[in-house]
Design a protein. Sequence first.
Length: 107
Amino acid sequence: MSSYQDSTHKSHPAPQGYSAQPGTRTGTNGLAVAGLVCGIVGILVFNIVLGPLAIIFGAVSRRAVPAKGGKGLSTAAIVLGVLDLLLFGAMLAFAASNGGFHWYVGG
């Protein structure tokens, strides 16, 4: 009986690039990733909402950089958040120079 248990519970080395312990973390700050995603998506849609969120997430994650890592991601989130706000300002200025916004609903 013990020989069966020994043969089925042998320790196999983990494949290259993977950790042998389940549940280990990579060390990247989740707020930095969230800020980066908000900044990227904010370029396309909802830049007035997602831009400030990207800046806030990036700034908060920069304070936690020594503990969790992700300084580059948090910097990119802040830069993309500012870019989102600049893009919104440019679109607003362009719309104002062309007579403003006009809504047409049905006939």
